[in-house]
Design a protein around this ligand. Structure first.
Ligand code: SF4
Ligand code: SF4
Length: 397
């Protein structure tokens, strides 16, 4: 289970596609408690009864909109309990006080940025000039943190501005620039677009999305870069685990992959599942149980692929319909709207692995009943079966 701290969901940037946009529109003040937020959040994760066993990530909205002394209070409390801390930020509001805190509380800083110049135009600041100068400032702050020895990772949202065919070369330049300053890992996440009117501007066409997902692995390998989802697919095919929540059969009403702690001391659900302004509560279901449900997955697996489900899909155990927040038509009962590009990525990665190591028996080739392959990937034991034949086989020259 992963927890985050959400003292606010407000943000000074106006990224057009933000998956928290709908929540913000309907309920921007969620959990805010007139100055008591920070104490309530800290009290929640300090309480052993709440089972927060790993360091909660400081998240938002934009967490650096909070007063510096409050940011310090949270990072310090997390560091005191877990000996490390982390934050996800848009990177624009970093000051020398934050740099000091990040060093003092061993904070890993995740920065959300989609590239330099026009690549980052989806993260709109009202005018083109303001957007571009904000992007330039974030890049400077990333460099500043690297020079100060802070651990930095990047999350880029893949959209028309940074991954249309004519933008991919520039996206690659961006990743190489990051490498040149010491950042070799991060995430390249497909856009989750809750606003249909923005599709023309921001959504990749299916062909573009497939091209992106099949072209990037070779570039990343060539340049010794480690970016999800590509690394996650290799790990799942080799049986080493589902490395991020999106392929772990996430229950949209009990999102174990992200459990936000709000400023009123309550726990909620990942805001990716919020499509109509209702921020789901996570503590209990209607029957009063904090039960996690498998219904989405049990049903989608029975519906054939050509009828909109995942029935018969070769990649079920490494994908499982993907994140409910990215479901077709914003309806978690459906599979991900990115099924085709992901399928293409799985297929090409599988082919590459088999060409490199033909003796491997990948998780897609394991013939076990029910959910056993998924479960064995989940706990990492599938890797023993994947490599078994390589260890046993001794051929003549
Ligand atoms: S809704 Fe998606 S991103 Fe959120 S916890 Fe679930 S799988 Fe992860
Ligand atoms: S690739 Fe498509 S059909 Fe296969 S499990 Fe994923 S979403 Fe379902």
């Amino acid at each position: 289970m992963a927890f985050s701290m959400k003292p606010t969901i407000r943000c000074q940037q106006k990224c057009k596609y933000c998956y928290e946009g709908i929540s913000r529109e309907y309920n921007a003040e969620v959990g805010e408690q007139e100055g008591k937020e920070i104490d309530q959040i800290i009290a929640y994760f300090m309480n052993p009864k709440n089972g927060v066993n790993s360091a909660p990530n400081l998240h938002g909205g934009e967490p650096l909109m909070i007063a510096k002394d409050k940011v310090e209070q949270m990072l310090k409390a997390v560091f005191t309990k877990y000996k490390e801390s982390s934050i996800q930020t848009n990177g624009a509001l970093i000051t020398k006080d934050h740099i000091r805190m990040f060093k003092e509380y061993k904070t890993h800083v995740g920065v959300s940025i989609d590239g330099h110049e026009e690549l980052n135009d989806g993260r709109w600041m009202g005018t083109l000039e303001a957007t571009r100068s904000n992007t330039a400032k974030i890049l400077k702050n990333i460099e500043w943190m690297m020079n100060e020895g802070i651990s930095v990772g990047i999350i880029s949202v893949i959209n028309k501005h940074n991954a249309a065919a004519d933008r991919i070369p520039k996206l690659k330049e961006f990743l190489l620039w990051l490498k040149s300053i010491g950042i070799k890992a991060g995430r390249l996440n497909m856009i989750e677009l809750d606003f249909p009117e923005l599709r023309d501007e921001l959504a990749l066409t299916e062909e573009e999305a497939i091209a992106f997902h099949t072209e990037m692995p070779a570039f990343l390998k060539e340049n010794d870069l480690t970016y999800a989802p590509f690394t996650d697919v290799v790990n799942a095919l080799l049986g080493f685990g589902h490395k991020t929540c999106v392929t772990t059969k996430c229950d949209p009403y009990h999102t174990l992959g992200e459990q936000p702690i709000y400023g009123d001391g309550t726990k909620g659900n990942c805001l990716r599942t919020t499509k109509d302004g209702v921020v789901f509560l996570a503590e209990k279901n209607l029957a009063g149980h904090s039960r996690v449900s498998n219904e989405r997955y049990a049903i989608l697996r029975q519906i054939p692929m050509n009828e909109g489900g995942c029935g018969g899909c070769r990649y079920w155990s490494i994908c499982s319909a993907h994140c409910p927040g990215s479901a077709e038509d914003g309806d978690w009962r459906n599979k991900t709207e990115h099924c085709k590009p992901y399928y293409a990525m799985y297929e090409s990665t599988e082919k590459n692995l088999k060409q490199t190591m033909p003796m491997l028996k990948l998780t897609t080739e394991l013939n076990l009943p029910g959910d056993q392959v998924f479960n064995k990937i989940q706990d990492g034991t599938a890797s023993e079966l994947v490599f078994e034949r390589m260890f046993k086989h001794k051929g003549a020259f």
